[in-house]
Design a protein around this ligand. Structure first.
Ligand code: AMP
Length: 179
């Protein structure tokens, strides 16, 4: 495992605990020699992740879309920034460049990116590990929805259990590196 893709909010979140987790994750990747792949933005938790990884001497690779230039301000100091044309190309390149995937708290963009990786794994399109970092119990409602889907017969138990989970960035990075 040499690179991990992090999905997380382009907003900072309401509680400072989210900012702390984004910064801890950036540093954790860097000190373990892992390249951080992310969406390339200079906003919200995304910026904090990238800044922290760079400050700790890590490699940070951004993958973004030209049309988002105004909305998501591209980070100016990344090791590499790939600017593609469509959101689908963005996800495909992030997937190709990464050996594993972790979602921190975020909004619908984060959910979308995480669920694409989840579904592609269930369908056998990749076999890379992916996990949810449950900072501040942020993903408890998502767990409740997945439990509901399993109970109602729309999600098989092995598929329900395919998601790695941890409460701290250090634990999540360790889980990924042990795979
Ligand atoms: P959010 O969690 O909504 O703050 O968004 C986090 C990141 O996900 C941002 O960089 C968004 O541009 C990105 N994003 C949102 N929707 C999509 C999508 N359909 N495909 C790929 N990335 C997306």
């Amino acid at each position: 495992m040499t690179s991990i893709c992090i999905f997380l909010g382009s907003n900072p979140g309401a509680d400072p605990v989210y900012a702390r987790a984004a910064r801890d994750m950036g540093r954790e990747l860097a000190v373990n020699g892992l390249t951080c792949v992310y969406g390339g933005s200079d906003t919200g938790l995304m910026k904090l992740l990238a800044d922290s990884a760079l400050e700790a001497g890590g490699r940070v690779v951004g993958v973004t879309v030209q049309a988002l230039r105004d909305k998501e301000i591209f980070h100016p100091g990344l090791t590499e920034l790939h600017v593609v044309t469509t959101m689908n190309e963005r996800k495909a390149l992030m997937t190709e460049l990464s050996d594993g995937f972790v979602a921190l708290p975020g909004g619908v963009g984060t959910f979308e990116e995480f669920f694409e990786i989840y579904t592609l794994s269930l369908l056998g399109f990749h076999s890379k590990p992916f996990g949810l970092l449950n900072i501040n119990n942020y993903y408890a409602p998502l767990d409740a929805l997945l439990d509901h889907a399993e109970r109602e017969g729309f999600l098989k138990a092995p598929h329900r259990n395919a998601i790695l989970r941890a409460d701290t960035p250090a634990d999540m990075v360790k889980l990924m590196m042990d795979r």
